[in-house]
Design a protein around this ligand. Sequence first.
Ligand code: SF4
Length: 351
Amino acid sequence: MSTLTNIKDLDQEALTAFLGQHGFPSFRYQQIMDWLYQKWCADFKAMSNLPKDLQELLVGHFRASSLQVENTQQAEDGTIKWLCRLADGETIETVLIPAPERSTVCISTQVGCAVRCAFCASGKQGLVRNLSRSEIVDQVLLACRCQNKKITNVVVMGMGEPMHNLENLLPALELLSAPGVFGLGARHITVSTSGVVAGIRALADCGRAWNLAISLHATSDEQRSRIIPPQYRCPIADILSACEYFRKRTNRMPTLEYALLAGINDRAEDATQLAHLARQFHAKVNLIPCNDGTARYQAPTPAHCRQFLELLLRFGTQATLRLRKGGSIQAACGQLRQQNQPPAQGSHSPS
Ligand code: SF4
């Protein structure tokens, strides 16, 4: 793929100045934006209301997309996973989860991940690099283009710890939220984190009502230490205080993501403690049976998962047991990885 700059990495001032330098009026800027963000077009030559010489100019100076789809897999439940090659040869995975009333795209923010959660394929080889603003946005536009319809929800739960790449994620989410650009309502965007306290506070300070999901996965710091290595693991008490700050700034309730791991965090006392934490966090709980096929971690049986849910509900906790989507194509929780990695052992919080 060419090493040209992605046109989405230019802001309005820079692109308008570029157009002016080449003798094109500033109204062409909005036409280009409409093609990119409203029609999800990734080919300058298909931008039919632009003059041919402007199309050629854009082709010679920019890329319209950073992603080249190398492989597409579709699961029986309709979930689609794309393996995409980036301009420097690295690969990422992006997942589309269609449903009758909505369609959700689960996007990646990094190639690899430094956190290295024990059950997760994305972190297995550590962090390779952060994705740029345009590489993040292009995943959403790819999903729209491929299904020929605007997606309704974005979950930042793919490869990478989103809070470790806020520098590019926040401008990407601003573009996706901006009314004159992509125009996705704040409540349709969810950012998930393994509990990076500084990132939760920074997200709160943006003043946007984006949703926050915390990948808790354990009910004590000791239990969490068996799942998340120490370098990037924050104490639950600190995560709680950051979430309180988030709730005060945004008026939004976080969600606690809890991957059910058989024999690790699925006992009745874990449900009791999780209900207690959910009350403290003012949070609802999403239970996700950890995906099969891992050597070290297995999902509890479906009956056991339902019992765990029942216990939470009995304590008055708002909780759901998430259906596993895309398991047959390794597009579910903890399964996104780079192409050159071995089969998944276990991305972020679940798609
Ligand atoms: S679960 Fe999320 S934070 Fe943990 S290693 Fe995977 S991608 Fe990184």
